[in-house]
Design a protein around this ligand. Structure first.
Ligand code: FAD
Ligand code: FMN
Length: 797
C-alpha cells in the first residue's frame, strides 16, 4: 500500500472532509490545499505531484484585477507574496499592418508561473500540507476509498476524468489552430497582440511581460497556413520528453524578427499543439471532484485558465466550510462555479473562433481591426472600452466616418435609394393575431409602436404569398386585393404618425406551415385539420409533423409567381422595404439546405442546383419590386446540425443573392431541422454576419440576442455588420432605440422622438438622483492613469 490510503474510514454524508487527497500540484491543487488547510488546520491534506519540485513548465500567467480581488480576500499572505512579484500594466497594444494601436485602462498583473507555484508550495509547507513531488497519485478508486475527499486537479489531460467517463461525461473539443508556447527576453510593455500577414497566411502572437526580464510569447497559426509555412515538415519527427521543436522556434524567430528587436525566443518543452476545450457534464462523482483544467479549459487568448483554477480552489474550500455535508459542499461548489465557467468558456470560444478566422478581418484598416480584436469575446464592448480609454474609441469612431459623441448605432445608412436614420432594425416579429388572413389591430398597434420607438427600419412579420404558404392559421397574407387593401390602410395609419421606413417579410412556410401558434420554444405544433405542405423533399419537420409533398416544377413556378405578385402588392400597399424569408426551414430555405433538399432533379445535388429556386424567386421579385427600394433576404447561414449548410456555402449563397439583386442579407441561422443544436448566447449569430460581409462585401444585418445598445455599437464599429436587428428586446421595450439614445446622452438626428412625446425624451431621474455623495477621504486618490506600461528597471548585470 502506498502511504496514500490510510486506515481511517471515509466520512459519510453529513460530515465534512477531514482527510483530503489532491491529485496535481498545479496552481489549482496547491491553492486549494493551502486554503482548505488554513480554514481547518486539523485536516490532513496530501498533494500528489508526478513532476519534481523544481521542474519548470510554462512561462508567465496573467490575471485581471477581478481575480486578484478574490485572491486578496481569501489568503492575504499568498496575495502579498505574489503581489510583490507582479508585472503590472494597463495597456493592450495591437500590432498589425505595420502600425500599433493602444487601448488603455485594462488592469493586468502577471507573474512567472513557476514562481506562482513556488509561492503556493511554500504556503502549503507553512500550513503543514503534505506535498509529495515525483509521486504519481495512486489510482483514484484507491484514493476515494481511503480519503474523505479526492480533489482531481490533474490538469487538462486529467486521468481522473478518464477513469469515470460515465459519471463526468467529458467533452474534449480539439481546435483548428496550432500554437507553440514560448518566452522571450524582450520585455513587452503591455499585453501585445501581433497579427502579421505572410504569403502562407496569417500568424498571430499573444505576448505579455511577466517579469523584469521575460515575456510570454505564444505563436498561433491556422492549420492550413501552418502547413504552407513549412512548420508541418519541421514538426514531423519524434520529440523526446521535454524536448523542444527548435527548428520551428528558429523559424518563428525569423518570421517575427521585426517584433523581437534582436531578442531571443526561449523554448521550454515547446512544440506545436492544438488547444482543446474541455467541458464536463458533471464535476463530481461520489467523493471525487474535478478542479481547474481537469474540469474545464478556456482558450489562452483570454488568459483565464489559472484564474479559473484559483477561483475553483477558493469556491471548493469555501463550500467545504459552509455546507453541512460533503455531498452538499460538492453540489454547492459546482452550482457556484459552473455558471462562471460556462460564461468564461463562451467568451473563450468566441475569442478562439475569432483567431481561427482572423483572415476574415485582415482587409480591415488598423483602427477597425484593433477594435474588432478587442471586442472579439463579446465581453469587452464599445461601452466599456470607452469607459477605460475614451480617446481610443474616439479615434476608431472617427476612422469609421463618425464623429465622437455619435454612437455607431445612430449613424445613417444608405440602403438602395433609401436613407435610414440609424442602424437599428426591428426584425420580422409575427404577432399571430390575424383572422381571415388579414393584418389585425394588433399588427397595427405593434408596427405603430415600433415605428415610434426610434429604430431606423421596422419590418412586419412573416406574411404568406399564398394560402398554402401560411405558417399558422393566425398569419396574414398578401395574395388578394382585400389583404392588399388592409395592409395599405395599416401602412397609411403608421405613416400618419411616423416617417420610419416600413418593410414586410414575404414567405412561403413550406414544411413549417400548417402549425398552431408557436409555444414558448418558438416552434408550432401541427395544426389539426391543416393544409397540404410543400417542401424541397418529402421529409417531415419531426416525427409528429405531416409529410410534405416534394414540390414539382409546376408548383415551383406558381410559388415564384406568388412571390412576385405579393412583392407588387407590397409596393402598392406603401412598404418601403421588402424582405424575403429564405431561411428558418421555410420553403425556399428547404431548397438551400442539403439536410432538407435530397432531390435528384435540377433543383437538387450541388449548391448551384439548390440555388435555382431561390434565384428564380429573387429575380422575379426584383423585377416586380421598384428599383431603388431595398430588397433584403433573410437566410439561415448555419443549420447547427451535421451535414448542413457550411460556411463556404453560406458565402456562396450570399454572393449569388447579391448578383441576383439583393441589397443586403439578414443573417440568421437555424430552424432548418428539428435536431439543431445552436450555441445560444449573446450575439451568437453575429460571426455569420461578419463572415458574409467580409467575404462578399454585401451589407449585412446581424441578428440574434443582440440585446443591449452596447452590443449594437460594438458589432457596428467592429465592422461585423451594417445594421443590427433587435427582436425580443424591442418587444420588451418598444422604445428601445430612443431609450438607448437617452442613456448614451445622444440627441442628434439619428434618434428622433415623436413630437408629442418630446417632454419625455430625457431619462426621468431615479430615486436618489439628487443625492450628492459627501466627501469620504481627506485626500482623494488621483484617478489611475489610463495608460500604464510595464517599464521595469533592468536587473544589474
Ligand atoms: C499556451 C498557454 C498559455 C496559457 N496562458 C495562461 C495565462 O496567461 N493565464 C492563465 O491564467 N492561464 C494560462 N494558461 C492556462 C494555465 O496554464 C492552466 O489553466 C492552469 O495551469 C490550470 O491549473 P491546474 O492546477 O488546473 O492544472 P495544471 O497547472 O495543469 O496542473 C496539473 C498538475 O497535475 C499533475 N498531475 C497530473 N496527473 C497526475 C497524477 N496522476 N499524479 C500526480 N500528478 C499529476 C501535473 O504534473 C500538473 O503539475 C495557459 C495555457 C496554455 C496552454
Ligand atoms: C414573437 C416572435 C416572432 C417572430 N416572427 C418572425 C417572423 O415572422 N419571421 C422571421 O424571420 N423571424 C421571426 N422571429 C425571429 C426574429 O426576427 C429574430 O430573428 C429572433 O427573435 C432573434 O432576434 P432577438 O434575439 O433579437 O430576438 C420572431 C421572433 C419572435 C420572438
Amino acid at each position: 500500500m502506498t502511504g496514500a490510503a490510510g486506515a481511517r474510514p471515509a466520512a459519510g454524508p453529513g460530515t465534512r472532509a477531514r482527510r483530503i487527497a489532491v491529485i496535481g500540484a498545479g496552481p489549482g491543487g496547491l491553492y486549494f490545499a493551502a486554503l482548505a488547510k488554513r480554514a481547518a488546520p486539523e485536516r490532513e491534506i496530501t498533494v500528489f505531484e508526478r513532476d519534481g519540485r523544481e521542474d519548470e513548465s510554462g512561462f508567465g500567467v496573467v490575471f485581471s484585477d477581478e481575480t486578484l480581488d478574490g485572491i486578496a480576500q481569501a489568503d492575504p499572505q499568498v496575495f502579498a507574496a505574489i503581489g510583490a512579484e507582479f508585472a503590472r500594466w494597463s495597456d493592450i497594444d495591437v500590432r498589425y499592418a505595420g502600425g500599433v494601436r493602444t487601448s488603455g485602462g485594462h488592469g493586468f498583473a502577471a507573474l512567472d508561473r513557476n514562481r506562482l507555484r513556488a509561492i503556493l508550495r511554500e504556503r502549503c509547507a507553512e500550513l503543514d500540507v503534505d506535498v509529495r513531488y515525483r509521486t504519481t497519485a495512486p489510482p483514484v478508486e484507491r484514493l476515494a476509498a481511503g480519503y474523505d475527499l479526492v480533489v482531481a486537479a490533474d490538469g487538462i489531460r486529467s486521468g481522473t476524468r478518464a477513469t469515470y467517463p460515465e459519471a463526468f461525461r467529458p467533452d474534449a473539443d480539439e481546435r483548428h489552430c496550432r500554437y507553440i508556447w514560448l518566452a522571450t527576453d524582450k520585455v513587452f510593455e503591455a499585453f501585445t497582440f501581433i497579427v502579421e500577414r505572410f504569403d502562407f497566411g496569417t500568424l498571430q502572437v499573444h505576448a505579455y511581460p511577466y517579469s523584469a526580464t521575460r515575456s510570454t510569447f505564444i505563436v498561433e497559426i491556422a492549420e492550413d497556413a501552418w502547413r504552407r509555412a513549412g512548420f508541418e515538415a519541421l514538426a514531423a519527427r519524434e520529440f523526446a520528453r521535454g524536448e523542444s521543436d527548435t527548428e520551428s522556434v528558429r523559424r518563428c524567430a525569423e518570421l517575427l524578427a521585426g517584433h523581437l528587436d534582436g531578442h531571443r525566443l526561449i523554448p521550454n518543452a515547446s512544440r506545436w499543439i492544438r488547444f482543446t476545450t474541455v467541458r464536463n457534464a458533471r464535476w463530481h462523482h461520489r467523493n471525487v471532484v474535478l478542479l481547474g483544467d481537469a474540469a474545464h479549459s478556456a482558450h489562452f487568448s483570454i488568459g483565464s485558465g489559472t484564474k479559473l483554477a484559483l477561483e475553483d480552489a477558493l469556491a471548493l474550500a469555501a463550500a467545504l466550510g459552509e455546507q453541512p455535508s460533503l455531498d452538499e459542499a460538492l453540489v454547492a461548489y459546482e452550482a457556484e462555479r459552473r455558471p462562471v465557467v460556462e460564461s468564461t468558456q463562451r467568451a473563450a470560444q468566441a475569442s478562439l473562433e475569432w483567431f481561427e478566422t482572423v483572415g476574415r478581418r485582415t482587409g480591415q484598416d488598423i483602427d477597425r481591426f484593433a477594435f474588432n480584436l478587442l471586442t472579439r469575446s463579446r465581453r469587452v464592448t464599445y461601452g466599456n472600452l470607452r469607459a477605460r480609454d475614451a480617446a481610443f474609441v474616439d479615434a476608431v469612431d472617427t476612422a469609421f466616418g463618425g464623429s465622437p459623441g455619435v454612437p455607431p448605432m445612430f449613424r445613417p445608412l444608405k440602403l438602395g435609394a433609401l436613407e435610414l436614420r440609424n442602424r437599428v432594425v426591428v426584425p420580422p416579429l409575427a404577432t399571430f393575431t390575424s383572422s381571415d388572413t388579414l393584418p389585425g389591430a394588433f399588427d397595427r398597434a405593434q408596427l405603430t409602436g415600433h415605428a415610434l420607438g426610434g429604430a431606423g427600419l421596422v419590418l412586419a412579420g412573416m406574411t404568406a404569398v399564398s394560402a398554402e404558404g401560411r405558417a399558422t392559421d393566425r398569419c396574414p397574407g398578401l395574395w388578394t386585393d382585400r389583404q392588399e387593401g388592409a395592409w395599405r390602410e395599416l401602412v397609411r395609419a403608421v405613416k400618419a404618425v411616423s416617417d420610419t421606413p416600413l418593410g414586410i417579410q414575404l414567405t412561403h412556410a413550406g414544411r413549417r406551415g400548417a402549425t398552431a401558434v408557436p409555444g414558448p420554444d418558438g416552434i408550432g405544433r401541427p395544426l389539426a385539420g391543416g393544409w397540404p405542405l410543400l417542401s424541397a423533399s418529402a421529409i417531415p419537420w419531426d416525427a409528429d409533423s405531416p409529410v410534405p409533398h416534394e414540390a414539382n416544377d409546376f408548383q415551383l413556378a406558381a410559388v415564384t409567381a406568388d412571390f412576385a405578385a405579393a412583392a407588387e402588392r407590397a409596393a402598392r400597399a406603401g412598404f418601403d422595404v421588402l424582405e424575403l424569408q429564405f431561411g428558418h426551414g421555410h420553403l425556399v430555405s428547404s431548397f438551400l439546405s442539403p439536410l432538407t433538399n435530397q432531390r435528384t432533379d435540377r433543383h437538387g445535388g450541388p449548391l448551384a442546383h439548390r440555388l435555382r429556386l431561390p434565384l428564380e424567386v429573387l429575380t422575379a421579385v426584383r423585377a416586380a419590386w421598384p428599383a431603388g427600394q431595398p430588397l433584403l433576404v433573410r437566410i439561415s447561414a448555419s443549420d447547427w446540425a451535421p451535414g448542413g449548410t457550411t460556411e463556404a456555402e453560406a458565402v456562396a449563397i450570399c454572393r449569388a443573392l447579391a448578383e441576383a439583386g439583393a441589397d443586403a442579407v439578414d443573417v440568421s441561422t437555424g430552424e432548418v431541422v428539428a435536431h439543431q443544436r445552436p450555441p445560444y448566447g449573446r450575439g451568437y449569430q453575429t460571426p455569420f454576419a461578419e463572415l458574409v460581409r467580409s467575404a462578399t462585401g454585401l451589407p449585412t444585418v446581424a441578428v440574434g440576442a443582440i440585446s443591449g445598445p452596447d452590443d449594437a455599437n460594438s458589432v457596428l464599429l467592429a465592422g461585423r455588420a451594417d445594421l443590427v436587428a433587435v427582436g425580443r428586446a424591442q418587444l420588451h421595450d418598444p422604445l428601445w432605440t430612443l431609450h438607448a439614445a437617452a442613456d448614451q446622452g445622444y440627441t442628434g438626428p439619428g434618434a428622433r422622438w415623436p413630437e408629442p412625446w418630446l417632454a419625455g425624451s430625457r431619462k426621468p431621474p431615479g430615486p436618489g438622483a439628487d443625492r450628492v455623495a459627501p466627501r469620504l477621504q481627506l485626500l482623494r486618490e488621483p484617478p489611475a492613469p489610463v495608460h500604464r506600461r510595464w517599464l521595469p528597471t533592468p536587473p544589474e548585470e
